[in-house]
Write a protein that binds this ligand. Sequence first.
Ligand code: CDP
Length: 226
Amino acid sequence: MNDSTQNTIPVIAIDGPSASGKGSVAQLVADALGFAYLDSGALYRVVAYAAKLANIDWTHAQAVADCAKNLDIQFKHEQVYLNGHDISEAIRTEEMGKGASQVAVHAALRAVLVDVQHRFRQSPGLVADGRDMGTVIFPDAVLKIFLTAKTETRAERRYKQLLGKNQPANYENILQDLQERDARDKGRASAPLVMAQDAFLLETDNLTISAAVNIILQNFKHKIHK
Ligand code: CDP
C-alpha cells in the first residue's frame, strides 16, 4: 500500500517549527497508542550528514538528491543507523540541524524521501513529526496538529536542552539560528512550513509536554469515534 490516499492505517501528523516540542510530544503520543513513530527531520539530518561525509556541498540540489537515493537508513529503538553505523548522536548536533535545513530546500531531495516516509505507515498506526506531514506526505492523516510556540520560548528550550547535554550553548546564537531556520522552512518553494487548513493549532508556550500529549490523545479519540 504505497499510495497514502488509499491507505486506511491512521496517521497523526504533527508539524511545526524547530524546538516546538514536536519530537517529545510525538514520541509520547506514539507510545501511548502503540503506534509507529516517524521523525522525518532525522531523515533530513541523515542526508546532511551523508552529504558531508561524501564531500557534497549542501547547496547542490541534484548531488544531494543522488546521494540520498543510495543510503541505507534504519531506525531501531530510537537509534538511527546509516549503512549499519549508529549515527544517532552525530546527527543531533547544531551543525547537522543547520545542514538538514539547507538540504531540505531541494525539491529533488524531498521527492526521493516521499516513499521512504510512506513506508513508516504500518498497522496499527503512525505518528509522523515534521514540517510537511499533514500538507504533503500524509494529506489524509486522521488528525493534524500544528504545534508551535513563540521563538523566544523555543530558543529557551533549546538552550536548556543543550546545557542538559553538556553542550556549548549561547542563547542569542540559538535565537538567531531558530529565526533563520524558521525563515528558510517557511520561505522555501518546496513543501514550506505552513499549517494545514484542517490542522488543530496547539500553542505550547504555557503547556507542559504531558498536557500537550493529552490534548492530542483526546482529539484523536474524538476523531476516530466520530
Ligand atoms: O530539531 P529541529 O526541530 O530543529 O529539526 P528536525 O525536526 O530535526 O529537522 C531538521 C530540519 O529538517 C528542519 O529544520 C527542516 O528544515 C527540515 N525538515 C523538513 O524540511 N521537513 C520535514 N518533514 C522535517 C524536517
